[in-house]
Design a protein around this ligand. Structure first.
Ligand code: UD1
Length: 426
């Protein structure tokens, strides 16, 4: 990102109910670990319908820096891992994106020795990596951390047993990736049960891996030496689908989502219905009507899957900020995820944060100049702008573009009034 890009912004004129149809992009959180998994094989992997977003581009650069060839044909991403020749992930990349840590398990399986800077990512809390390191140690990896750099070594990763003291999506993925090509059997307990874990295991199985139990707390992995090439369809992004459903709700609109992973959206759809939103599934499309949505959320907490996802918390909070009555939302997964709530106060929202609980009294919002500080919180500001009277300008959009391929184009196709302005045009 150049200094100029850092100043790019979205301008929104709010107050228009969204109406129309939009197709949901491929899932960021599903494809990143798949890209990492591709280094476990020595041929070429094709990821069909891979979203072209900044986090994926960053992972492409990391893979290129270790010797992979990466290219796109239309919406598909190809990763050729024949010539991977180093286990050193430059600190600059690791710092940019948290998912770089996911490369540890897979790359160790390939190179035996790796060096990686401590990962960056969204500023939504402490985000420790102790569970990632512990699961690798349980599989025979020797680790040292010095001056923010992780050195890991394992001539052969050995199957083993690890029970996560706390559920973590990324650490579960790392454990699975390390075990997929290890010597012998691995049993992982208290695993995360998010759909992205299931998608990763399906992807690995398409490469020849031997895994059972994903989606439950216990996963068994029998290491397989020769994982092979594959071509795999990236599943749709449940958080992007949730973002557009909530954008429809904020504007009291009426939209159709194609390719929405409806089965993975049940917690959100329940709340949407309780708030007065209506929906039906027809011909595989999610058809949502928010014209009568008018009830606040007395109490909701974010939870691990299948509970309400933390990634949609700031977006739901924004919706609540437009609905008369008191709503309460508790964030149980990340300790510092109310940054967007503070920003929408500049737009007239009545939000009080008491520790991990936000208390919201809904009313009319007005346009203002605000700043995205992290990915989903940034998308929440877009929703606030769509629901507000007047003009909203959002800075820090590089955070939003880490995860949304074309949020402006998608919202414009639903009749919303949003444009992306680059610094040169201002
Ligand atoms: C993933 C998602 C992110 C989502 C989150 C929770 C990706 C790329 N990101 O992040 O969008 O918000 O799941 O659904 O898939 N923890 C530790 N030690 C660790 C790792 C995590 O204590 O080593 C804690 C975290 O601080 C947090 C909780 O565990 O409180 C859950 O985090 P985790 O599931 O690991 O989130 P990510 O995999 O980073």
């Amino acid at each position: 990102m150049t200094g100029a890009e850092a100043l790019d912004l979205y301008q929104i004129e709010g107050g228009v109910p969204l109406n129309g149809e939009v197709q949901i992009q491929g899932s960021k959180n599903a494809v990143l670990p798949m890209m990492a998994a591709s280094v476990l094989q020595k041929g070429c992997v094709c990821l069909k319908g891979c979203p072209d977003i900044a986090d994926v581009q960053c992972m492409e650069q990391i893979l290129q820096s270790i010797g992979a060839r990466v290219w796109r044909i239309a919406g598909d991403l190809y990763v050729d891992c024949k010539e991977i020749d180093t286990g050193v992930i430059p600190g600059a990349y690791a710092d940019k994106m948290r998912s770089s840590i996911i490369l540890m398990g897979a790359l160790l399986g390939r190179m035996g020795r790796i060096r990686v800077g401590r990962p960056g990512g969204c500023t939504i809390g402490e985000r420790p990596i102790n569970l990632h390191l512990s699961v690798l140690e349980a599989l025979g990896v020797a680790l040292e951390v010095e001056d923010g750099v992780i050195y890991a070594r394992a001539d052969r990763i050995k199957g083993g047993y690890y029970k996560f003291p706390k559920r973590s999506v990324g650490a579960t993925e790392n454990g699975i990736l390390a075990a997929a090509a290890a010597d012998g059997e691995t049993v992982l307990e208290n695993c995360a049960r998010e759909p992205e874990i299931i998608h990763l295991c399906q992807f690995l199985r398409s490469m020849g891996a031997n895994i059972v139990g994903e989606g439950s707390a216990t996963i068994h992995i029998e290491g397989v030496k020769d994982l092979h090439e594959t071509c795999f369809e990236v599943p749709a992004d449940r958080i992007v689908a949730g973002t557009y459903l909530l954008a429809c709700a904020v504007t009291r609109g009426n939209i159709r989502l194609t390719h929405a992973p409806i089965g993975e959206m049940q917690a959100l759809l329940r709340v949407y219905k309780e708030m007065g939103g209506q929906y039906e599934v027809k011909g595989g499309k999610l058809i949502a009507d928010s014209r009568h949505l008018n009830r606040p959320v007395p109490y909701l907490k974010t939870e691990e899957y299948p509970g309400f996802p933390t990634d949609l918390q700031s977006l739901l909070l924004t919706l609540c900020a437009t609905i008369p009555g008191e709503s309460r939302i508790e964030e149980t997964i990340f300790e510092d995820r109310f940054k967007a709530a503070l920003q929408i106060k500049h737009m007239g929202a009545d939000v009080r944060v008491e520790g991990r609980v936000a208390v919201i009294n809904g009313q009319n919002l007005h346009g203002a100049t605000v700043k995205a500080e992290e990915l989903r919180g940034g998308a929440a500001l877009v929703l606030a702008g769509l629901g507000a009277r007047g003009i909203t300008r959002i800075g820090g959009i590089c955070h939003i573009e880490r995860g949304y391929q074309d949020i402006c184009g998608d919202i414009r196709s639903l009749g919303g009034n949003i444009s992306r302005q680059s610094t040169e045009e201002l």
